[in-house]
Design a protein around this ligand. Structure first.
Ligand code: NDP
Length: 282
C-alpha cells in the first residue's frame, strides 16, 4: 500500500495568534475535501517575521496568511503583489507561485464575494463607514468590482480623506469623504451601506454605529464587517426595516474560501467553513 506522509503546509503568522479562529475554519475545509494539507497557526513577532518567511520558503510552504501586525511589513519579504494588494498597500494572504511568493489581500475580496450572493456591486452607490485596514480593503475591492461611487464616512477626518483619495485616484470609482458628526443620514440614492469600523465587536456587543436609522430604506443592502457576534445590533436594526443584510461571518468565511482557492485550486464548501466557526461558539 502506498502512503503519502508529506502534507502540504499552509498557515498564519501573527501576534497575538492564540485567538485567531482561522485554523479551525481552514482545516475543516481540508478535512471535508479529503486534502492532505495542514494550516499551522504561528505566533511570530515583528523582529522574527523575516526569518519566518524565509523558513516558510525553505520548508516549501504553499502559502500563508499574515495578520496583525505583519500586513504591511511582510511586503518587503515578498517577490510581487496582486493588483488590489498593491493599491491597498497591505497583504493578508501569501501564495507561492513557482518559487515566487506573491502577496494578495483577501479582506475585501472575501467581503465582495459574500456580498455578491445578495447584490452585484457594479454601478452601485455605496456609503462605507470606517477608514481602517478593513475599510480600505473593502473600499478598494468594491471599486474594482465596479461600484460607481463610494462615500467614506469616518470619525477621523485625515484617515477618511486618505482612503477616499486612494479610491478616487487609483480605481475607476469616484469617492469622497463625508464627516461623521452626529447621526449620519444615509443619502436616499444609496444602494449599499457598509459598516467597517470596530463598533459592535465583542465585547462591545451593544455597540451601534451612529447612523440615522430612519434614513435606511428597505431597498438598501446593509453589510457589517463585524463577525463576532455575527448578528450585530446594526444587522438586526436593518433587518427590522426590511433591508437585505450581509454579516461579517460571510466576509471571514469567504476570505478563507479565496485563500484555499489560491493555495489548492479547489472551491471549498463555504457552508462547512461557516459551520466550523459557529461550532466554536466564539
Ligand atoms: P482599524 O483599527 O484599522 O480601524 C478601526 C476603524 O474603526 C477606524 O475607521 C476607526 O475610526 C473606527 N472606530 C473605532 N472606534 C470607533 C468609534 N468609537 N467611533 C467611530 N469610529 C470608530 O481596524 P480594522 O479596519 O482592521 O478592523 C475594523 C473591524 O473590522 C474590526 O472590528 C474587525 O473585527 C473587522 N474585520 C472583520 C473582518 C472579517 O473577516 N469579518 C476582517 C477584518 C476586519 P478612526 O479612524 O476615527 O479611529
Amino acid at each position: 500500500m502506498s502512503h503519502d506522509f508529506l502534507a502540504q503546509i499552509t498557515g498564519s503568522f501573527a501576534m497575538p495568534a492564540g485567538e485567531n479562529p482561522t485554523v479551525a475554519m481552514i482545516e475543516a475545509a481540508y478535512r471535508h475535501h479529503g486534502l492532505n494539507w495542514r494550516y499551522i497557526n504561528c505566533e511570530v513577532s515583528p523582529e522574527n517575521l523575516k526569518d519566518a518567511v524565509a523558513g516558510a520558503r525553505a520548508m516549501g510552504w504553499t502559502g500563508f496568511n499574515c495578520s496583525i501586525p505583519h500586513k504591511v511589513a511582510v511586503i518587503q519579504h515578498l517577490d510581487g503583489l496582486g493588483e488590489s494588494a498593491e493599491i491597498i498597500g497591505a497583504v493578508n494572504t501569501i501564495v507561492r507561485r513557482g518559487d515566487r511568493l506573491i502577496g494578495e489581500n483577501t479582506d475585501g475580496k472575501g467581503f465582495v464575494k459574500a456580498l455578491r450572493d445578495i447584490i452585484d456591486p457594479k454601478n452601485r452607490k455605496v456609503v462605507l463607514f470606517g477608514a481602517g485596514g478593513a475599510a480600505r480593503a473593502v473600499g478598494v475591492e468594491m471599486a474594482l468590482a465596479g461600484a460607481a461611487h463610494i462615500t467614506i464616512v469616518n470619525r477621523g477626518q485625515e484617515r477618511g480623506e486618505t482612503v477616499a483619495r486612494l479610491i478616487d485616484e487609483k480605481t475607476p470609482a469616484t469617492s469622497v469623504y463625508a464627516a461623521w458628526e452626529g447621526a449620519f443620514a444615509i443619502p436616499e440614492e444609496t444602494d449599499i451601506v457598509i459598516h467597517a469600523t470596530s463598533i459592535g465587536l465583542y465585547p462591545d456587543v451593544d455597540g451601534l454605529p451612529d447612523i440615522d436609522l430612519s434614513t435606511l430604506r428597505p431597498s438598501m443592502v446593509v453589510a457589517d464587517g463585524i463577525h463576532n457576534p455575527p448578528r450585530t445590533r446594526l444587522i438586526r436594526a436593518a433587518e427590522s426595516i426590511g433591508c437585505k443584510t450581509a454579516d461579517g461571518l460571510g466576509m471571514l468565511v469567504n476570505q478563507g474560501v479565496i485563500g484555499i482557492k489560491y493555495w489548492t485550486g479547489i472551491d471549498a464548501d463555504a457552508a462547512v467553513m461557516r459551520q466550523a466557526l459557529l461550532d466554536l461558539d466564539l
